[in-house]
Ligand binder design. Structure first.
Ligand code: NAG
Ligand code: NAG
Length: 323
């Protein structure tokens, strides 16, 4: 009996404290923000944990894994306590009016997969600590007022110029602008634009959207980018799926829709990628190619423009040809 009491006293407070740390961290964010639309109204710090708050998602251990506050008209600055959300995977704060620095403490979020801070007024340098985030796969800091060197250590090696576009004064290799006082770097190798190929019917497909299945592909890419997985998954599944697996499946499927048949993965590659081998690399590689194409076309790069990829070499009949 006394052992049971001891157990309750020892185990229970630990769990409560753990949950409160995260609720307190988010509540300190709330108190730091102006929230004209009251989207944070449900963030009641007297609850045992933040798992019932709107825009917050927890795992089965009542630990926060997502904060989804994109497009919420919030202004104010972030707080360093966000670094206490040990299991946070998605921090979505895009399209607000947030300002001030990006806290170095975000580099403590070792489980972070996605950091979307685009379309805000963040200023100052990009914390080099974010390079430590080995699980980070989506980083978008574009359309802010950031300045200084874009780090290239660790996870930064995964990201392309599009993640940093349209800021105040960023420099470093990924931006194509050397920082003041640093030696110039060699320019990237020249890119040869493939010639447009006429599609059956006589019209060039270059730059055009062929409608039908192709616009579907673009839509799926957009939804994937916005991580609106719930719109891509059979509603009957409700929440009984693993988001990262769905994301990977869709990435493989999209890789199989590329314009040139030579670029599409072979069936043996598809099997390997579905087993988790080489997908991340191949996906990242593809996005890099897309960014290069855009820059060569000299089109402006609004945030989600990468989804409108080139339809060069589009031959619908080749899509299902033997490989
Ligand atoms: C993040 O990690 C640094 C270095 O270990 C530490 O000094 C800082 O207090 C941590 N921040 C938070 C919010 O836990
Ligand atoms: C964003 O914040 C700035 C200053 O904090 C303010 O002047 C501006 O009106 C805000 N814009 C929006 C859309 O809320």
């Amino acid at each position: 009996m006394s052992f049971v009491v001891w157990l309750i006293m020892v185990v229970h407070p630990v769990k409560l404290v753990y949950a409160n740390v995260e609720g307190d961290a988010l509540h300190s964010l709330r108190t730091n923000l102006k929230d004209p639309n009251s989207v944070l109204q449900s963030w009641d710090p007297t609850l045992v944990n933040p798992c019932t708050w709107f825009h917050v998602t927890c795992n089965n251990d009542n630990s926060v894994i997502r904060v989804d506050l994109g497009n919420a008209a919030l202004s104010g600055t972030l707080v360093s306590q966000l670094g206490l959300l040990k299991n946070l995977q998605y921090l979505e704060l895009y399209s607000n009016n947030l300002s001030g620095p990006i806290p170095n403490d975000l580099g403590n979020l070792t489980n972070l997969v996605s950091l979307d801070l685009y379309l805000n007024g963040f200023s100052g340098p990009i914390p080099v600590t974010l390079g430590k985030l080995s699980k980070l796969r989506f980083l978008d800091l574009s359309n802010n007022r950031l300045s200084g060197l874009v780090p290239d250590s660790g996870s930064f090696s995964l990201f392309t110029p599009i993640s940093f576009a349209n800021n105040l004064d960023l420099c470093g290799p990924v931006t194509g602008r050397p920082c003041p006082g640093s030696p110039p770097f060699s320019p990237p190798p020249p890119f040869v634009q493939p010639p447009p190929i006429a599609v059956p019917g006589g019209k060039s497909a270059t730059g055009a959207i062929a409608g039908g299945w192709l616009s579907l592909v673009l839509q799926v890419k957009g939804l994937l980018k916005e991580k609106k997985l719930e719109m891509l998954v059979d509603p009957d599944l409700e929440t009984n799926y693993i988001a990262t697996e769905v994301e990977q499946l869709i990435q493989v499927a999209l890789l199989c829709t590329q314009g040139s048949p030579m670029d599409r993965p072979k069936m043996s590659d598809v099997v390997r990628m579905l087993e988790g081998d080489g997908l991340a690399e191949r996906w990242e590689e593809w996005q890099k190619v897309e960014v290069l194409r855009h820059e060569l076309d000299l089109v402006p790069l609004p945030n989600s423009d990468w989804i409108l990829d080139s339809t060069d070499n589009l031959h619908a009949v080749e899509l299902s040809g033997p490989r």
